[in-house]
Design a protein around this ligand. Structure first.
Ligand code: IMP
Length: 197
């Protein structure tokens, strides 16, 4: 494999999905775990795109290499689009998702507007070039109860109506085909081919 992509993340679930999508295309996917001296990157942006650029740019600036970063999260309309860019930190970074998901369900108990979406912004940064960002969404609803063991994070309560199942009930292939991240990766790949990368 000659093409290396650094995914500026330590999130094992996200890195696994990136590997599944990019390794078959001949990319070696590295993560922040391969760059321990970079330390924590503060996500100070208020949008997914801004945070994606901050993370990738930190790698490019330090190592003078191309990097990509995904910033993603869940917007729940009844919560005024929270947790949004706070999705990983919401109710505490280390709080188990079984608990976070139950809090969402409890707060949504009498809510009729259950619409939500996953958003994913993928930023590409390269030495001496402007960052490029691809942002995609997948429209879903909050389920009535958690279901499914696949995926990660909020997936057991995020119900995708066209398939009649939660994200956690999908196979990896199904999720990657319709997900916010899957769609953003397709745009990334198209752009990379166009750029000859
Ligand atoms: P980030 O690592 O700061 O981009 O945070 C992303 C967070 O958004 C994750 O830790 C999850 O809480 C949530 N999230 C993003 N994409 C997904 C997904 O595909 N499934 C479940 N949760 C997701």
């Amino acid at each position: 494999m000659d093409k290396v992509i650094v995914v500026a993340s330590k999130n094992a679930g996200k890195i696994k999905e990136f590997k599944e999508m990019l390794e078959p295309k001949g990319f070696e996917v590295k993560s922040l775990a391969d760059f321990p001296d970079i330390g924590e990157i503060d996500e100070t942006g208020t949008t997914f795109s801004a945070n994606a650029i901050i993370k990738a740019q930190a790698i490019t600036d330090k190592y003078n290499i191309m990097a990509i970063s995904d910033d993603s999260g869940l917007e729940i309309d009844a919560f005024d689009k929270q947790p949004g860019v706070q999705s990983a930190r919401w109710l505490g970074h280390d709080t188990p998702y079984s608990y976070k998901n139950q809090v969402v369900l409890d707060r949504m108990k009498d809510e009729t507007n259950r619409s939500c979406r996953y958003v994913c912004a993928i930023a590409v940064t390269r030495p001496g070039k402007e960052p490029v960002v691809f942002e995609e969404t997948v429209e879903c609803v909050i389920a009535k109860e958690p279901s499914g063991k696949n995926g990660f994070g909020y997936d057991p309560i995020v119900y995708y109506e066209p398939f009649g199942k939660t994200m956690a009930e999908m196979t990896n292939e199904e999720k990657n085909r319709i997900s916010h991240r899957g769609k953003a990766v397709v745009r990334l790949e198209t752009w990379m081919e166009h750029e000859g990368l």
